[in-house]
Design a protein around this ligand. Sequence first.
Ligand code: UTP
Length: 297
Amino acid sequence: MTRSPKPIRKAVLPVAGLGTRFLPATKAVPKEMLTVVDRPVLQHVVDEARAAGIEHFVFVTGRNKGVIEDHFDNQFELEATLSSRGKKKELEALERDLPGAGQTSFTRQQAPLGLGHAVWCAREIIGNEPFALLLPDMIHHGTEPCLAEMIAAYNETGGNLVAVAPVPEDQTHQYGIVGVQDAAAKVSQITSMVEKPKQGTAPSNLHITGRYILQPEIFGLLENQTHGAGGEIQLTDSMLRLMADASQPFHAVRFDGTIYDCGSKLGFLTANVALALEREDLGADFRREITQLLAKK
Ligand code: UTP
């Protein structure tokens, strides 16, 4: 009988970036708290992680991000007011969204030195177990939660996994790209990985979408990782070393749903329109408004 790999119980959500692409909105409001329809982007991503069975959420925050901590806590005054006004439905919805007591941890990245550095800041809370990493500005929207598909794959493969999706060939230089054994397969072994390859040199058109399952050995590599592209501590550099030096298996899991990059204005606006159109309480009216708007052009 094959031994099942250690379960994935914890997830890291790095939220310490500056969000410069969204200034001035992000001067005082974290970009992860901007709303897609009526939920912060970050809540959409926490929902995905909870649906995948994650039990503990580690937020790597920074300066001016205190509102994130408040969002994942009870708001007694608000709840008392809703209760006294008989707003049972709203109260229940707030309750549903909240991780349980003791299921959240917050640590600070004192300076935004890069994604790799943000992940390293979570090392003491994660400890010696594999964990999920979700980039909170990427909404993965599909019939199955992306992280749930990855954990199902992990239970077969063990090791490290990244979610991937195809991008147009002429855009590969903007992404982290992986080469795989079988590009058509749902789960395939990764053969190479490169951050923002020069045009025409990418090993495939499969980009890393912002969902990872990583073994704790990554922390030791991040600890002495030198600054990479953009002067930042890059996660991809340490993943490459985990693959090469530590000979750890890496698999890619193809995500077949739609990905909205809510860190970019275009992705954020598209996510708002797409998710609003799908809403039972809003979709029909919103479609009518949009149709009228487009007809004026
Ligand atoms: P991004 O590079 O998309 O976020 O990082 P950013 O730096 O905030 O955005 P721009 O480019 O200035 O607009 C992806 C995720 O990683 C986090 C960000 O908060 C974001 O959710 N991150 C990034 C950190 O936590 N620390 C960092 O040093 C860098």
